[in-house]
Design a protein around this ligand. Structure first.
Ligand SMILES: [Mg+2]
Length: 391
């Protein structure tokens, strides 16, 4: 099988309500839908949800990098030779950054492999170590009363893991976490994510100590992404485990974080790692260093989320996964894929791993067409930058 054509469509996927965190405030998610065709008539799909503040990628850089560099180096090649193709991207094209572009095109190659073999992606990356993922919901910087009401509604749906975005003032952080803990009940699992918002060690330590009474499972990214020494110092001074997300993008960052002793958990996301192969390498570094892994996501549609969920189901070291789904409160107004589902198991909502070949997601072409955007550029100093949602 040979790749014969690659195309990219640029979309903006509107959210039901704005999603505000320490590093961004978003009303829609950028989405590059990548389509890869082959000489055997199979079509593979991948998705980029570029996160400028993580990797510098945007909706338009993803389109350009795939169109000008990655696709020409991929057309004519066998999608089963992913290691070779990624090596060409990284070592012959000398690609710098642009992880979201690499991740999206690589995702489509994995989708093709699965479709050619008639097997779900999870079977290609190690096979299932778990049959589903407990559903998780991440709340942005909302009012405590609203968080409380939404948490109660989701608890009634069987959700028992909640992530609260913090990194605001210590008072507002505590008010939000307290509201979610009270509404979720004492048996719910709670994590918090500061998204670099606390800036320095002393602030982070004070904020975390203030949240400890609410039984926080771990804290994500308390300090700036490029300051591993600060993360190490926070980790030494608090009892809550430290997860690094923005700090750990590609395998070299995982190795640096291990050497610095800066984390208990790495958050692995395909838009940061540059794809599944690199995610597997990060997981190997983590596992060898006795560091846990949480598989996160950037708030992709069902297509990109499915790739993360297949990966999370395959990695025994990935004891956590931000298994959120796009149709919950605040999520996508119109998903572009069908195939994800949740089901109640012993009263708990679980995200099932798609059973179909490849990613197991069918593209909703009408939803794609309706949300397509063209490139225009105009700055009046007032407009918000292109939006994105991080889970
Ligand atoms: Mg995070």
């Amino acid at each position: 099988m040979k790749v014969t054509a690659v195309s990219v469509e640029t979309l903006e996927l509107a959210y039901e309500e704005p999603f505000v965190i320490a590093s961004s405030a978003l009303t829609a998610g950028p989405c590059d839908l990548v389509r890869v065709e082959t000489d055997e008539g199979l079509t593979g799909y991948g998705e980029a949800c570029p996160a400028y503040e993580f990797t510098g990628d945007t909706l338009w850089t993803v389109e350009d990098v795939i169109g000008e560099y990655l696709a020409p180096a991929t057309i004519g090649r066998d999608p089963f030779r992913i290691e070779e193709i990624v090596h060409i991207w990284e070592r012959e094209l000398w690609t710098v950054g642009n992880q979201a572009a690499r991740a999206a095109l690589e995702m489509a190659l994995w989708d093709l492999q699965g479709k050619a073999l008639g097997r779900p992606l999870v079977d290609l990356v190690g096979g299932r170590t778990r049959d589903g993922l407990p559903e998780v919901i991440a709340w942005g910087w909302d009012e405590p009363a609203a968080l409380s009401a939404k948490t109660r509604a989701m608890r009634d749906e069987g959700v028992s893991i909640f992530k609260v975005k913090v990194g605001d003032t210590p008072e507002r952080d505590e008010a939000r976490v307290a509201a979610v803990r009270e509404a979720a009940g004492r048996h719910a699992r709670l994590t918090v994510d500061a998204n670099q918002g606390w800036y320095d060690v002393a602030t982070a330590v004070r904020a975390i100590e203030r949240l400890e009474p609410y039984c926080i499972e771990f804290v994500e990214q308390p300090v700036r992404m490029d300051d591993l020494e600060a993360a190490r110092r926070v980790r030494e001074r608090v009892d809550v485990p430290i997860a690094l997300d923005e700090s750990v993008r590609e395998p070299c960052h995982a190795l640096a974080a291990v050497k610095a002793g800066a984390a208990d958990i790495f958050v692995v996301k395909l838009m940061k790692s540059g794809g599944i192969l690199n995610a597997l390498k990060i997981n190997a570094i983590a596992e060898a260093a006795a560091v846990g892994v949480m598989v996160g996501n950037m708030g992709e549609s069902s297509l990109g989320l499915a790739a993360h969920f297949h990966l999370a189901a395959a990695l025994s070291n990935a004891t956590h996964c931000d298994a959120d789904v796009p149709w919950r409160p605040g999520g996508l107004e119109r998903d572009i894929g069908r195939g994800l589902k949740t089901e109640l198991r012993d009263g708990a909502s679980v995200v099932a791993i798609p059973e179909g070949p490849g990613l197991g997601i069918e593209i909703d072409c009408d939803a794609v067409t309706a949300q397509r955007v063209e490139r225009t550029w105009h700055s009046d100093g007032q407009s918000a930058p292109a939006a994105r949602r991080e889970g």
